[in-house]
Design a protein around this ligand. Structure first.
Ligand code: PLP
Length: 362
């Protein structure tokens, strides 16, 4: 293929031109948003304007938005013991490692489709009031794209007095965010997944639920997250979020085309029977180790991942696939706003060639 094709948006999306333009406007500003002089006040007003717009988009009050360095930090702020008051919150078995790291080892299981077991949530775990006062269930999985029944998770939690943290990192740009998210104890976002820059994100916290600062120092973010604000990053993140809003237009149709052809090649789609993000196809290709296929695709100009980018290259099998009881390894194709019809066609052509060659070799 003459031009390389990037289908790894769940690892990191390309920067959206709107985010780039918004950032370029502020990158040369010299000021710290907490300096008292005029330049500082200007930087502060940019941050506060972005905060209001982001809050508006999410349907929450601006003072509930804490800007962070990304979802890893947001998850840590929300789930560290000094925040939750419990040693190990309950977490689902398919969470990102930045959530699993804080959770109890007996995780909430998922069905073979990757959907969190609501019956277990309701009956087994939430009777234990000590541990169960905080739980974490992600909005949608980064490897499979499977969307969790968050409204129901939050309803059950409310009945039992459980606070729920939602890692919504993969939501913006790929689905319509459920309005119920506004009722979660906290929600994590990361700009680089939806066309914003890397190294910036947000944690949305509940009304009346102050989160103690982990990084102590300056008074930034109302004392909840010390450190100089990333003004350009914040402005870029919000510009990207406004463009992405629900799902990037046309993404679902492109994904469906790719998925139909992948199935036509004899692959099995992981979580294929349930609600998934509009941009993700996670598939097991018969006779292929996922990592071998990822390398073969890369050599042919197509960039994808075997599971999550942070787990790629590790000999450990994906904890998500293990939790779902899926045998074998899977390749993840994740599309972005920049993906074109021609790129999907090119990818299918490459896959067809590789699968044909692969079949002859084995
Ligand atoms: N949570 C999920 C579901 C993710 O997909 C990722 C990124 O891979 C993260 C958290 C971590 O995000 P960040 O790169 O902003 O730290």
């Amino acid at each position: 293929m003459a031009q390389r094709v990037y289908l790894d948006a769940n690892a990191s999306s390309p920067l959206h031109p709107a985010a780039r333009a918004a950032m370029l406007d502020v990158l040369d500003l010299p000021a710290n948003a907490h300096s008292t002089h005029r330049a500082g006040q200007h930087a502060f007003s940019l941050v506060e304007g972005a905060r209001r717009r982001f809050a508006d988009l999410l349907g929450v009050r601006p003072d509930r938005v804490i800007f962070t360095s990304g979802a890893t930090e947001s998850n840590a702020l929300a789930l560290a013991p000094h925040t939750t008051g419990v040693p190990e919150p309950l977490v689902s078995a398919v969470e990102h490692p930045s959530v699993l790291a804080w959770g109890a080892p007996d995780r909430i299981p998922v069905t073979s489709d990757g959907v969190v077991r609501l019956d277990v949530l309701a009956d087994r775990y939430w009777v234990d009031t000590q541990r169960a006062s905080t739980a974490a269930v992600m909005l949608a999985n980064n490897e499979t794209g499977v969307i969790q029944p968050i409204a129901e998770v939050l309803r059950l939690a409310r009945e039992r007095g459980v606070r729920v943290h939602v890692d919504a990192t993969q939501g913006i740009g790929r689905m319509t965010l459920p309005p119920e998210l506004a009722a979660a104890a906290s929600v994590a976002y990361s700009a680089h997944k939806f066309g914003g820059p890397q190294g910036v994100g947000a944690l949305i916290v509940a009304d009346g639920g102050p989160i103690p600062a982990r990084a102590r120092g300056g008074p930034q973010e109302r004392g909840r997250r010390a450190g100089t604000l990333n003004v350009a990053g914040i402005v870029g993140m919000v510009a990207a979020a406004e463009v992405a809003k629900g799902a990037w237009a046309g993404l679902g149709a492109l994904r469906d085309r790719l998925e139909a052809d992948v199935v036509g090649l004899g692959a099995t789609v992981v979580g294929g029977k349930v609600d998934r993000l509009a941009n993700t196809v996670c598939a097991v290709f018969l006779g292929w180790e996922a990592q071998d296929l990822v390398i073969a695709l890369d050599l042919s100009g197509v960039e994808v991942s075997a599971g999550a980018a942070c787990a790629s290259g590790s000999p450990e099998r994906s904890h998500v696939l293990r939790a779902m009881g899926v045998a074998g390894s899977a390749v993840r194709f994740s599309l972005s706003f920049a993906t074109t019809e021609a790129e999907v066609t090119g990818t299918i052509d490459v896959l067809r060639t590789l699968c044909r060659a692969g079949t002859h070799d084995r």
